[in-house]
Design a protein around this ligand. Structure first.
Ligand SMILES: Cc1cc2nc3c(=O)[nH]c(=O)nc-3n(C[C@H](O)[C@H](O)[C@H](O)COP(=O)(O)OP(=O)(O)OC[C@H]3O[C@@H](n4cnc5c(N)ncnc54)[C@H](O)[C@@H]3O)c2cc1C
Length: 337
């Protein structure tokens, strides 16, 4: 247990805040001990994965527990399917690389997403036409109400767009300890439709892509347009893409004929990055904080000295201008502490 512990290197925004207490849990026993300690001392707890989807706006006056449970195991179901289980503290991208080294398909479009495996169900991480719900089987959690272990299957997780039960009523109650995915061993489902994957494969001269090729293309695209948190502090997309009623979208089309939208029944998903860019935020810097010059949806700690409050206030300004211009409410994707 460490006191007044700096969390600067534990959040990808690089915000310099302190946790009153900090500890690391490598086993379920250590985790239970830490949780019991917090209960005995009346401390609130905060669980930390890779810190890539979190914004600290102030010091954390409780016990921060870094989840460092490690290990990967496999259960072969048949000639084509394998269940792969990874513990919460495994780095997500390294886990994806593990799957590709074994030629297991299903995770390749999710290459290079920062963070840990244990956090992946929290917001049903997704990119390039895939979400973890597509290959998710179950996860084991610790229920903080009774310190018992429990399994959540796919239906119980109630996955949605950047959403799950763990971000809703289960928030603060369940700690995800390990996640099981069902991956393919030979009949891989290659997904090239989304984003610039096809163009990137053409650039690489690949006509019959393998799952490893898809991963390579995704990595190239991500590296070309997203800031590396090791160089410039950020948490990826700061806002979710809003979903609005079709009637509202049609109304907006009258004034903004180029507004992009992805219809789904009687609602339409609108890219938040486009809305923010139209309000003039792309590349704009105020003090230590900026909207990224290549992707307006990403807010960056431009000087490395931004406080969480500055970043939060910057995001509030963006929300106000999008509301004023389009009448659309943006919702933050990043967890605010
Ligand atoms: C450059 C960049 C690109 C990104 N691209 C994408 C993308 O393409 N798609 C996408 O979906 N996301 C993306 N993200 C967001 C982020 O990588 C994911 O949300 C990731 O899953 C966060 O994992 P983490 O371990 O870093 O979470 P943390 O930031 O450590 O934690 C996030 C929240 O989950 C809680 N938590 C952490 N671990 C657990 C656990 N085991 N059990 C219960 N609660 C827990 C924390 O208390 C916190 O509230 C990106 C981020 C960056 C910086």
């Amino acid at each position: 247990m460490q006191e007044n512990f700096s969390l600067k290197s534990y959040n990808t925004f690089g915000v310099d805040v302190k946790a009153k207490y900090f500890t690391e849990a490598e086993t379920i026993e250590e985790l239970k001990n830490a949780v019991n300690y917090s209960k005995d001392h009346g401390l609130s707890v905060l669980f930390l994965g890779g810190g890539s989807n979190i914004l600290f706006t102030k010091d954390f006056n409780g016990l921060a527990i870094k989840l460092s449970l490690k290990g990967i195991s496999e259960e072969h179901l048949n000639e084509n399917e394998v269940l792969v289980t990874a513990k919460a503290g495994e780095n997500w991208h390294e886990f994806v690389m593990y799957s590709l080294e074994h030629n297991y398909g299903g995770l390749e479009n999710l290459s290079l997403i920062p963070g840990n495996v244990g956090t992946s169900p929290m917001q049903n991480i997704g990119a390039y036409g895939t979400e973890i719900k597509d290959v998710f089987v179950s996860c084991m959690v610790l229920d903080l109400e009774n310190l018992e272990l429990r399994i959540f299957d796919l239906g119980e997780c109630r996955f949605g767009y950047r959403d799950s039960i763990f971000k809703q009523e289960g928030k603060g109650r369940y700690v995800i300890l390990e996640v099981t995915f069902k991956l393919t061993k030979k009949d891989h489902h290659i997904k090239t439709e989304y984003g610039a994957i096809k163009t990137e494969l053409e650039n690489l001269g690949i006509t019959h892509p393998t799952i490893q090729d898809i991963s390579k293309a995704v990595i190239n695209i991500r590296q070309s347009k997203l800031p590396d948190p090791k160089v410039t502090g950020n948490a990826g997309s700061f806002f979710k893409n809003p979903t609005i009623p079709l009637t509202q979208f049609e109304g907006l089309k009258q004034n903004f004929e180029n507004i992009p939208g992805y219809p789904n029944g009687d609602s339409v998903k609108v890219p938040a990055g486009w809305l923010i860019e139209q309000c003039g935020w792309k590349g704009k810097q105020i003090g230590n904080v900026a909207s990224h010059q290549l992707q307006a949806l990403v807010i960056v700690n431009a000087t490395g000295n931004a406080t969480g409050k500055e970043i939060y206030d910057f995001s509030t300004e963006i929300i106000s201008s999008v509301k004023e211009k389009f009448g659309i409410d943006l919702e933050r994707e990043v967890n605010i502490i």
